[in-house]
Design a binder for this molecule. Sequence first.
Ligand SMILES: [Zn+2]
Length: 378
Amino acid sequence: MFAVFAGLCGAQDARLDRLMKDILIFDAHIDTPRYFLDEGYRLADRHAYYELDLPRMREGHMGAVLFGIYAQPQDFGPRQFLPRALEVLDALRIEVGRNGKDMEFAHTSDDVTRIHKAGKIAALASLEGGHLIGDSARILRDFERLGVRYMTLAHFKNNVFADSMTDTAVHGGLSARGKELVREMNRMGVMVDVSHISDKAVFDAVDASTSPVIASHSSVKAIAPIPRNMPDDVIRAVARKGGVICINFHAGYLNKPAYEVYIRNRPKRDEEIKAAGTDWEKIRRIQRRYYDYMPPVQVKELLRHIDYVAKLVGSGHVGLGSDFDGVSGMVPVGMEDVSKYPVLVKGLMEMGYGDEDIRNIMGGNLVRVMRENERRAQ
Ligand SMILES: [Zn+2]
């Protein structure tokens, strides 16, 4: 009996090893780049803080990452949005260039697969919020030339294009300019990201878009009913368009009781962070203290969100959008940083997913949607 059990374990281990050898792990949303600029954070060094650096990417068999570029209205004035976005993108490109032995900047889905096959990590760029492009689709076209592969239509606040999920609706979804921007993004081959925008804005974006859209970092409202998560009808709409919902790992987005503690403490936490100025170490200590107030959220809860979307609309429409380095350290237990992706592969195996489904969820779906956007570009 014991021997049989050991044999089964052995077979599972061999399967995991085989998968890890060449699986493309592709995360749709990681926010590290501003640290390159603000703190001189270096990818080559291993860190005991933040959630991504090269040693940990290698440990987690990471193949590709869409880095987020953002500037929030509470941190920057409107005139700083565009220069800040350009500066963060520049810092990202310089940091990738510094690590050319291990990483390469990717513009297309073919780049991603080629770089992965060559044993390097593909780095890509994205913009979080239409406020970053000076209200101009032409400026987004410039960003596209610089390597931006998707743009989230709005961030935490409304803008001229779209209502945010976390603001009071003014357009009733997308504005006329927002719908025109979506069509322009289709022509450019820049993916439309519907995370952060209101449910009505997602429906409008899906209607206006001729290409599949993505939700780069959104979790499931049916499991954790909080504002940033997506209800079933929105998930279905994204999937019907051929798109992919990339699950956010934020512990408070995975679990409502954890969210409630986080939201209750947030004003006080943000006050303390503001007072700390640019003392990054102190800021990290504050974040850690507030994280410890939250009930622990386990990695199996993250797997539950992935499984829910796969069961609702098919495993061809779910992916990873960890939001690492954008969640102020609020990560699930067992999924602390990018070194832990193999835990998800193992978890999906144990839940009965086949190799092909696991490959699609861990990155294949995102590559497919990217390719489809490129194919339809004019
Ligand atoms: Zn975000």
